[in-house]
Ligand binder design. Structure first.
Ligand code: BV8
Ligand code: ZN
Length: 242
């Protein structure tokens, strides 16, 4: 099916859908100038994820991990939502039951105006105290290296889910509720390699949802989806709106 036919088919389905769930990855923010994780310009190209995005790395060398997050915060501080993010805000307003699950930590969906959202890997603009657990929004750029908690002087860490760490239980409950009830699942701009998000397509498919993938390339999800649309999120998503 060519892109125009696929979009026509999908627009018609979305116009009648009562419940839609969306999963996004770094690809939707690529159009805002945010480097993806595994692409040619990817964030991971210089080191393996485990080297920095893990509790062991933070315990071993918190300065190195904070230097990486500070570099990303400075990079993100100038980035704005793009038409892909904005199209999902418009879609949320037009669908009775809508839930957005994002793996992205850049906060751009919330900035664009998405409200029913689970940031399942956390948010780079939030910090968490390793001692007392308090979570705060902090947009200071750059943060001092090894920032301290204003409450107890404990070491702060990024409020981000690292490899080997479990996702927030409430986030997971919200995700599974949205995946099990949706008529349509859109999987946008993710390589489908990181669990549990990589399994969400199958969860929805098993419950009878119509599953659509929007990506530049094929991914492990491509076999299971009903429609694959190849293109940039910023170009394709606005064409889904009524
Ligand atoms: C967990 C924080 C329980 C860092 C991130 C098997 C089953 C279950 C678990 C595992 C398993 N095997 C291993 C695991 C553990 C692990 C995992 O999945 N490892 C992978 C590598 C195999 N998972 C975990 O540890 C998770 N926790 O499972 O808890 C548990 C506990 C203990 C032990 C075991 C299990 C925690 C995962 C969270 C990790 N944290 N980020 C940070 O962000 O600072 S993951 C990191 O990858 C980012 O958060 C990112 O969001 C995520 C996924 O990457 P993508 O978003 O997909 O980005 P990517 O660059 O890969 O792809 C971009 C795509 O967009 C491409 O396809 C590209 O073609 C496309 N694209 C580009 N431009 C565009 C576009 N598409 C459209 N338009 C465009 N313009
Ligand atoms: Zn504290």
């Amino acid at each position: 099916m060519n892109t125009d036919d696929a979009l026509k088919n999908l627009r018609a389905r979305l116009a009648h859908a009562k419940s839609v769930t969306v999963v996004t990855g770094a690809g939707i923010s690529a159009d805002s100038g945010v480097p993806t994780f595994r692409g040619p310009e990817g964030l991971w190209k210089d080191f393996r994820p485990e080297e920095l995005a893990s509790p062991e790395a933070f315990t071993r060398d918190p300065t190195l991990v904070w230097e990486w997050y500070n570099w990303r915060r400075e990079l993100l501080a100038t980035k704005q939502p793009n038409p892909g993010h904005e199209a999902l805000v418009a879609l949320e307003k037009s669908i009775e039951q809508f839930w957005l699950i994002t793996q992205n930590v850049d906060g751009l969906h919330a900035t664009a105006g998405s409200r029913n959202i689970s940031e399942i890997h956390g948010n780079i603009w939030k910090v968490r105290c390793t001692e007392c657990g308090v979570i705060e929004e902090n947009r200071k750029v750059p943060l001092e290296i090894l920032p301290k908690c204003s409450t107890c002087q404990g070491l702060l860490r990024p409020h981000i889910v690292w490899f080997g760490e479990s996702l927030d239980a409430q986030d997971l409950r919200n995700c599974y509720a949205a995946l099990e009830t949706c008529e349509i699942l859109l999987i946008i701009g993710t390589s489908g390699l990181v669990y549990p998000a990589a399994s969400f397509g199958q969860v929805a498919k098993d419950r009878g949802a119509f599953v659509v993938e929007l990506n530049l390339d094929p991914t492990p999800n491509s076999e299971l989806v009903d429609i694959t649309i190849h293109g940039r999120a910023k170009d394709i998503l606005p064409r889904l709106l009524p």
